[in-house]
Design a protein around this ligand. Structure first.
Ligand code: MEV
Length: 439
């Protein structure tokens, strides 16, 4: 067992690397060389990455790929995706091309409200608290002016502050439930700064509120924090075409395809085990673009899955219908994103990704990302309900298997050619590889 380390954060980067190599790799130089091989030669760029987080010892690469031909509201995009999973970019590109030929994707932002809460405990007369809240609200707003001024000048800011009585679920528990418009910023810092100011004003004003008894004055602020649940920050993306145009897959009639596809969506609407995987496929597309554009994928994940369970059981984020011989497939999901602030101005690849997307507003990025999720789900369901997922997936995975086995370029060429038109099964790849090496 290793020993606890004191003052690790104070060590230099070299010292941290040495500690890791000594503690976990018996000073094996290979370990040190792997860690350092990922350092960037450009010292300034490396320092930038070092300073994104704490205790950095190296960089962790993810492939940065491009899915072209996304026609969204009549405008063409090549979508940057940061993801390690094979098949995802290929599936997105294939779905983009499929829908490009059928009029593309339509997307609209339905709402952009973000939420933050001050959670507090109050023991006393509820009517006095109500009265206090009405009197203190203007001061909550005016005391936070230095924080909100710039955002207000741009058209955003604090939209409302409501006091919510939560004592039926937890004794003495109340909250200030606040709504914000943060425009092109994700807004976490803005919202949290506002909330902390609200909490400070609320507490100090409560202490001076003459109607409160001494006990009532002792409002306890528990915490002030934004919510990643954003059911009023919603984007919708859609594709549709006559059923007769769903004619890509040989051996399946467009009608059969559409009906089976809709059944697959219905299953994900009623069956949580399937819904989680169905939505995971959507998030393959969503997260990849969220990451490439420097947004917080954990926040998006948490909010999206809570939204998928908003009716009390976890279900599909996508929906599909056939009406009047027209197939319609759409997604609705909450996305709190930023295209200014945070990593967007700092990380060179993020800046590049946003430039490729023609510097979108947060609303435009919401649309692009919803489309990426919808495209991904279309690709997955199309494979699942026709050929099965493994055919395409293992084909893409073939290169990973070959790399793992240390295949040479010429071996890769021969093995890829051998599996052309065949289903790739891991054990068959190993057998073929061994066969080649044996000769
Ligand atoms: C794999 O990463 C994603 C899928 O499982 C999604 C799905 O089943 O819909 C293929």
């Amino acid at each position: 067992m290793i020993k606890p380390v004191k003052g690790f954060s104070k060590l230099t980067k070299e010292e941290k690397v040495s500690w890791v190599v000594a503690s976990f790799f018996k000073n094996n130089p290979d370990a040190e060389s792997i860690i350092k091989r990922y350092w960037n030669d450009d010292g300034a760029l490396q320092q930038l990455h070092d300073e994104f987080i704490e205790n950095t010892i190296s960089n962790y690469y993810l492939p940065f790929g491009i899915a072209p031909n996304f026609l969204i509201n009549g405008k063409l995009f090549a979508v940057p995706m940061a993801i390690e999973e094979s098949s995802v970019v290929a599936a997105a590109s294939k779905a983009a091309k499929f829908w490009f030929d059928r009029g593309g994707f339509k997307a609209e932002v339905i709402s952009t409200t973000k939420i933050g809460q001050v959670h507090f405990m109050y023991t006393g007369d509820k009517s006095k608290l109500d009265n206090f809240f009405s009197q203190v609200t203007p001061k909550l707003i005016s005391d936070s002016k230095s924080i909100t001024k710039n955002m207000e000048n741009r058209g955003g800011g604090v939209m409302s502050i409501e006091m919510v009585d939560k004592t039926s679920v937890l004794e003495n528990y109340y909250q200030l439930h606040c709504k914000f418009e943060t425009l092109d910023a994700m807004g976490a810092n803005f919202i949290n700064s506002c909330l902390e100011q609200f909490a400070k004003t609320f507490k100090s004003e409560a202490n001076n509120f003459s109607d409160f008894s001494e006990d009532e004055k002792g409002v306890e602020i528990v915490m002030s924090i934004l919510s990643n649940y954003v059911p009023d920050c919603i984007v919708r993306a859609e594709v549709s075409c006559p059923v007769s145009e769903l004619n890509e897959d040989e051996g399946v009639s467009p009608n059969e395809f559409a009906e089976k596809f809709i059944r697959a969506v219905q299953i994900a609407q009623v069956e949580p085990y399937r819904a989680v995987t169905h939505n995971k496929g959507i998030m393959n597309g969503v997260d990849a673009v969220v990451l490439a554009t420097g947004n917080d994928f954990r926040a998006v994940e948490a909010g999206v899955h809570a939204y998928a369970a908003r009716n009390g059981s976890y279900g599909s984020l996508t929906h599909a219908t056939i009406e009047n011989e027209v197939f319609k497939f759409w997604i609705e999901l909450p996305l709190a994103l930023g295209t200014v602030g945070g990593l967007t101005n700092l990380h060179p690849l993020v800046k590049l990704a946003l430039e490729m997307l023609e510097k979108p507003s947060a609303k435009e990025l919401m649309q692009i990302i919803a489309v990426a999720g919808l495209a991904q789900n279309f690709g997955a369901l199309r494979s699942l309900t026709t050929t099965g997922i493994q055919k395409g997936h293992m084909k893409m995975h073939l290169m990973n298997i070959l790399n793992q086995m240390g295949a040479t370029a010429s071996e890769k060429l021969q093995i890829v050619a051998y599996f052309e038109g065949k289903t790739v099964i891991h054990s068959d790849v190993v057998a073929k590889f061994n066969e080649l090496r044996a000769v």
